[in-house]
Write a protein that binds this ligand. Structure first.
Ligand SMILES: Nc1nc2c(ncn2[C@@H]2O[C@H](COP(=O)(O)OP(=O)(O)OP(=O)(O)O)[C@@H](O)[C@H]2O)c(=O)[nH]1
Ligand SMILES: [Mg+2]
Length: 418
C-alpha cells in the first residue's frame, strides 16, 4: 500500500489528477483546502484542494478508462475503512508522524461516515464530504423523482464544470441544472408538408387516456386550434371487441359532429382508410389498450395496424403518473410500432415529472402533447419545455430567462376560443 498527496485548484481537478496518476483503485481518505502562493512575488495566494489517500502498490500503474464510473472519495464502506485503519495502525507502529496524523484524521472521517444515515433504495446519497451545493442540487433532483441514472448525469456534469470556488454560488449551479434538464426534454416537431390524409395512430397500455386524447385532438384539429386552418377529420376505432369501447368514441363523435368508423381486421381498416382518403385531411385511429407484457397481443395489433401504411404516424400515450421502471419497460415494448413521439397524459394527477423526463431522455424520445384533465376537448396542449420546467418542485426557475432559452412556438399553442 502506498500513500499519496495531491493538490489541484478544484475538487474535480484533484480527483481527476489522482485517477489519472493512480487509477480507480486509489482511495481518498482526507480532503482539505490549502493556501497556495502564486502570482507576482507570491502576493496572490488562493485556496487549492489537497487530497491524501492510499493506493495498492500493484495498482500504481493501472488500466483506467474514461467510461469507468469514478469512485467517490467517501465511497469506502465501514468494513473497508476498518481494514485500512488496521494497516495504518501497523504502519504507525513505526512512529511515522505523517501516518499518525493520517490515522487521527481517518478517525474523524469514520465518525462522520457513521453519522450519515443511508436510506435504502433511495439511490446515491450525497457524500458527507460533498459541497453543500452538490447536496442541495442532488436532493432537489431526488425530490422531483428523477432516476438515479439521470441524477448521476447531472451531478457528474456539475462536478466537472464547477470548481470548488464556483460551487459557492448555489443560484448559478441551480440555474445550470435547470438549463440541462430543459435541454434533455425533446419536443416533437410536426412535419408541415405531410401528404393528405395524415394518419395518426395512438397506441399505449390500457386506460392511459388514448380515446380521450383522440377526441381532444380531433376537436382541436377540426376547429383549427392546432395548425393553420380547420381540418376535415375522421376517427377510426379498432376497439370494437369490448362492450362500451366503441360507444365511448362514438359519443364523442356525435357531440363534436365528427364521423367515427370502426374496423375489425387488416382488410377492413385498409378499406376504411382508402374510402376516406379522397376528402379527409386527418384520420385519427384509436386502438385497443394492451398490456406491454403481452408481446403476442402487441404483435397481433401491429399486424392489423400495418394496414395504415408506412406513412402513418404512431404516437405512444403514457400517463405522467407511471413509475420510472414501468415507463422504461413500456417505451421498449412499444418500440416495434416505430412511434414518433410520446403523449404524456394525466399531467394533472402528479406534480413530479422527473420520472417522465428521465425515461424519455434515457431513450432519446420526444414528447408531442400533454393532457391535463378529463375535459374533452379543452385539456390538451402542445408539449413545451417550459411546461416541464415550471413544474420542477423546489427549483427556482427564472421564467423570463428560460422562456428565451426554450421558446415555445406561439403559433402552435392551442388557445381554445372562449
Ligand atoms: N385526470 C385525467 N384523467 C384523464 C386524462 N385523460 C384521460 N383521463 C381519464 O382516464 C380514463 C381512461 O381514459 P380513456 O381515454 O378511456 O383511456 P384509454 O387509453 O382509451 O383506455 P382503454 O381503451 O381502456 O385502453 C378516463 O376516466 C378518462 O377521463 C387526463 O389528462 N387527466
Ligand atoms: Mg380507449
Amino acid at each position: 500500500m502506498d500513500y499519496f498527496t495531491e493538490q489541484a485548484p478544484s475538487y474535480a481537478q484533484c480527483l481527476e489528477k489522482i485517477r489519472s496518476k493512480y487509477g480507480d483503485s486509489a482511495k481518498v481518505m482526507i480532503k482539505k483546502t490549502v493556501p497556495v502562493k502564486g502570482g507576482f512575488l507570491n502576493l496572490f495566494s488562493r485556496e487549492w484542494v489537497e487530497m491524501t489517500g492510499i493506493v495498492s502498490s500493484s495498482q500504481a500503474k493501472y488500466n483506467f478508462t474514461a467510461q469507468t464510473a469514478p469512485r467517490k472519495p467517501m465511497d469506502l464502506n465501514s468494513a473497508e475503512l476498518d481494514e485500512e485503519k488496521k494497516k495504518l495502525i501497523a504502519a504507525a507502529g513505526k512512529s511515522d508522524p505523517t501516518l499518525q496524523m493520517l490515522l487521527s484524521e481517518m478517525r474523524t472521517i469514520k465518525e462522520k461516515i457513521d453519522s450519515v444515515s443511508v436510506s435504502a433504495g433511495s439511490g446515491p446519497v450525497p457524500s458527507s464530504q460533498d459541497h453543500p451545493t452538490l447536496t442541495r442540487i442532488e436532493n432537489l433532483l431526488n425530490q422531483n423523482d428523477f432516476t438515479p441514472r439521470y441524477r448521476a448525469g447531472i451531478m457528474d456534469r456539475v462536478r466537472r464544470e464547477f470548481s470548488l470556488e464556483a460551487l459557492e454560488d448555489f443560484k448559478a449551479v441551480e440555474e445550470k441544472a435547470v438549463e440541462w434538464i430543459g435541454e434533455s426534454i425533446l419536443i416533437y416537431k410536426e412535419d408541415q408538408y405531410q401528404a393528405r390524409p395524415r394518419i395518426v395512430v395512438l397506441v399505449g397500455p390500457t386506460g392511459v387516456g388514448k380515446t380521450t386524447t383522440i377526441a381532444k385532438l380531433a376537436a382541436a384539429y377540426m376547429l383549427g386550434e392546432i395548425g393553420k386552418r380547420p381540418l376535415s377529420v375522421r376517427m377510426i376505432t379498432i376497439d370494437n371487441f369490448r362492450i362500451g369501447a366503441e360507444q365511448q368514441i362514438e359519443r364523442y363523435g356525435q357531440i363534436m359532429g365528427i364521423p367515427v368508423e370502426s374496423a375489425e381486421n387488416y382488410r377492413e381498416l385498409k378499406e376504411v382508410i382508402a374510402f376516406n382518403s379522397e376528402n379527409v385531411d386527418l384520420i385519427l385511429i384509436d386502438t385497443i389498450g394492451k398490456s406491454p407484457r403481452s408481446s403476442v397481443e402487441l404483435a397481433e395489433m401491429k399486424e392489423l395496424l400495418d394496414a395504415c401504411g408506412s406513412r402513418a404516424e404512431f404516437h405512444l400515450a403514457l400517463p405522467a403518473t407511471t413509475k420510472s421502471s414501468d415507463l422504461t419497460e413500456i417505451l421498449k415494448q412499444y418500440e416495434p410500432f416505430g412511434y414518433r413521439s410520446v403523449i404524456i397524459t394525466k399531467m394533472d394527477e402528479t406534480i413530479r415529472l422527473g420520472n417522465v423526463i428521465s425515461a424519455l431522455s434515457d431513450k432519446g424520445k420526444c414528447v408531442s402533447y400533454i393532457t391535463e384533465g378529463q375535459q374533452v376537448p379543452k385539456d390538451i396542449q402542445k408539449a413545451e419545455v417550459m411546461r416541464f420546467l415550471v413544474n420542477l418542485e423546489g427549483f427556482t426557475v427564472d421564467r423570463m430567462k428560460f422562456e428565451s432559452v426554450f421558446p415555445g412556438d406561439e403559433s402552435e399553442l392551442i388557445r381554445w376560443r372562449q
